[in-house]
Ligand binder design. Structure first.
Ligand code: F6R
Length: 612
């Protein structure tokens, strides 16, 4: 949601800011804008895409070596030209961009209106810039001080950047609940809501902490303060991101590229953490807490969306291997239902972006009750990664497609490693099984590569089902979360209604939907409840539903019944989700492409959901 870019330095800011906005498009947005200072403070914004903004400014003056730019995902006020960011202050001397929500904006607005301020937009953001200007004028303080004082009056979440015509070498930024990264160049600074717009210019970054205000000026040192006015030292980290990871690299879409990256992303998630020969699973990030995990009476997993599906796989893994009860919670439900949490609880928070507002709030709640929080995040330095006591990064690389693909398989990989590690410590897994699974884990990246060969078959299948209106996905055991994930992938990028169900639950309701028009995707791999799934397939068949079956290579029985069969390589039952998910990702992808949908940026969706 919403993207922020800022630049100050010796170069022209416009091309850097525009490129940054393009890099942030994946986060989801509905309007875009830019402000530049070159004597004047110029501000251009428009509803629509970044390319619309680029067209809009074609014949305008875009000179200036300082500027801010924004992609907006509407919260307060509809997506239109006026509500788009940046916003001017009343005098038009200041401009602001903002991610997040100012919850008490209405009372501040009322107060400002009484004092003669006028508002052009319906946004909470315009309220904040007027407030900053009001403080600056009344208290005769510098811009960074005015920002700091203003933020003390604000309730809500924000990442903001402010520029001033009167101080044309300076960017002032702050964060609370929304991320902000500062890139430090040789003689310039780059600000952004994540590192993707920064990576091509510098690898030295500072992740701003909660309630910190930063002031960067051309040729000066970075200055950070808390909003309570304490000086802070900037902690400069090395960014591990390369340009290739941010481009499509010959693929038509980021989503397809990311699906194809999975042999590598799964390998990267395991790198240095598994040694099958020596029988070792090691997760450095949680080593101080693994004994506590092993002693825990229960584990609670909190997440949203696809990460929640990974959490469900985690439940099966931890219960099966480590014999510890697991509850998997939608973060949004968990936080609002007065859950019972104790100091002995282990809470595992899973998030690709590391910025999901509900997951973050669930963490804070569990932390306040004394629980130990373990993170599984993809984005290094993200808010969730920093809010947890310890954790393990998935190392899947930047995921740009809004539909999560490689992050899911990386999360499942990490959960497998965690469950194996804890099981090994507790002695709840037989040595032979432990070694067999480790060997099989090491073989998984090759098997994922093998699985990707079904791509053409799925393209053909997508042709058959392009205009189908409903889909049902069924699976049992480890394949139940796979069914949920398959359905989510289809609906979010192709807008086809799809539901995932535990296969046996079908007869308790969804079976009423089945007729010859209804495709039913059944994950029917050869272990676990294979025979039971066969019976479910019979039930669909008897009602003339069209069966698309995901089976283990060499399967004969399902083949006799199914209309379409997709094979995945043989593996351990608990590792099947890593393979069976892939054809479902490809099916959704090809159907969405054939329906001419915007695969990488589906309507209404955002990559990191930073509002509740
Ligand atoms: C689906 C998808 C979303 C996210 C969800 C949580 O493809 O991407 O359902 O999984 O918004 O996001 P993270 O994992 O960033 O917390």
């Amino acid at each position: 949601m919403c993207g922020i870019v800022g630049y100050v330095g010796p170069k022209q800011a416009f091309p850097i800011l525009m490129k940054g906005l393009y890099r942030l498009e994946y986060r989801g947005y509905d309007s875009a804008g830019i402000a530049l200072i070159d004597g004047d403070l110029k501000l251009y914004k428009t509803k629509g895409k970044v390319s619309d903004l680029e067209n809009f400014v074609k014949d305008k003056d875009t000179t200036g070596t300082i500027g801010i730019a924004h992609t907006r995902w509407a919260t307060h006020g509809e997506p239109n030209n006026t509500n788009a960011h940046p916003h001017y202050s009343q005098s038009k001397n200041l401009a602001i961009i903002h991610n997040g929500i100012i919850e008490n904006y209405a009372s501040i607005k009322e107060e400002l209106m009484k004092r003669g301020y006028h508002f052009e937009s319906d946004t909470d953001t315009e309220v904040l810039i007027h407030l900053i200007e009001d403080i600056r004028n009344n208290e005769k303080v510098s811009l960074d001080e005015a920002v700091r004082i203003a933020l003390n009056q604000v309730v809500g979440a924000y990442a903001i950047v402010v520029i001033s015509k009167e101080d044309p070498d300076m960017l002032v930024a702050a964060r609370k609940g929304s991320p902000l990264v500062i890139g430090i160049g040789d003689d310039d600074f780059y600000l952004a809501s994540d590192a993707t717009p920064i990576a091509e210019y510098t690898h030295d970054v500072v992740y701003l902490d909660e309630e910190e205000v930063v002031c960067v000026r051309k040729n000066r040192k970075i200055k950070i303060k808390t909003i309570t006015n304490k000086d802070k030292t900037a902690y400069v980290q090395k960014l591990e991101m390369n340009l290739g990871q941010l481009e499509k690299g010959g693929y038509d879409h980021f989503m397809l590229k990311e699906i194809y990256e999975q042999p590598h992303s799964i390998l990267d998630s395991m790198r240095g953490r598994v040694n099958a020969k020596k029988g070792i699973v090691k997760l450095g990030g949680i080593s101080d807490y693994e004994q506590k995990m092993a002693n825990a009476d229960r584990i609670i997993i909190v997440a949203c969306g696809t990460s929640w599906h990974a959490g469900l796989v985690g439940e099966y893994l931890f219960e099966d291997l480590a014999r510890v009860p697991v509850e998997v919670e939608y973060a949004s439900e968990f936080r609002y239902r007065n859950p019972i949490i104790t100091e002995d609880d282990i809470v595992i928070a899973i998030s690709q972006s590391g910025e999901t507002a509900d997951t973050l709030a669930a963490i804070e709640l569990a932390k306040s009750k004394g629980a130990t929080i373990i993170g599984i995040c993809n984005v290094v330095g993200s808010s969730i990664a920093r809010a947890t006591h310890a954790g393990t990064y998935t190392h899947a690389g930047p995921e740009i497609g809004v539909a999560s693909t490689k992050a899911f398989t990386a999360q499942v990989t990490i959960l497998t490693l965690m469950a194996l590690r804890i099981a090994h410590m507790k002695g709840t897994i037989e040595k032979s099984r432990f070694h067999r699974i480790l060997n099989e884990l090491e073989a998984i990246p090759e098997k994922v590569k093998e699985t990707l060969k079904v791509d053409n078959q799925l393209k053909e299948l997508a042709r058959v089902f392009t205009y189908t209106r409903n889909f049902l996905y069924l699976g049992r055991g480890y394949n139940f979360p796979v069914a949920l994930e398959g359905a989510l992938k289809l609906k979010e990028i192709s807008y086809i209604h799809a539901e995932g169900y535990p296969a046996a639950e079908m007869k308790h309701g969804p079976i009423a939907l089945i007729d010859k028009e209804m495709p039913v995707v059944v994950i029917a791999t050869n272990k676990g409840t294979y025979d039971k799934v066969m019976s479910n397939i019979q039930e669909v068949k008897a009602r003339k539903g069209k069966i698309i079956a995901i089976v283990t290579k060499g399967d004969k029985d399902v083949k006799k019944l199914a209309d379409y069969v997709i094979e995945v390589p043989e593996t351990e039952e608990l590792l099947v989700p890593l393979l069976a998910t892939i054809p479902l990702q490809l099916l959704s992808y090809h159907i969405a492409v054939m329906r001419d949908c915007n695969v990488d940026q589906p309507r209404n969706l955002a990559k990191s959901v930073t509002v509740e």
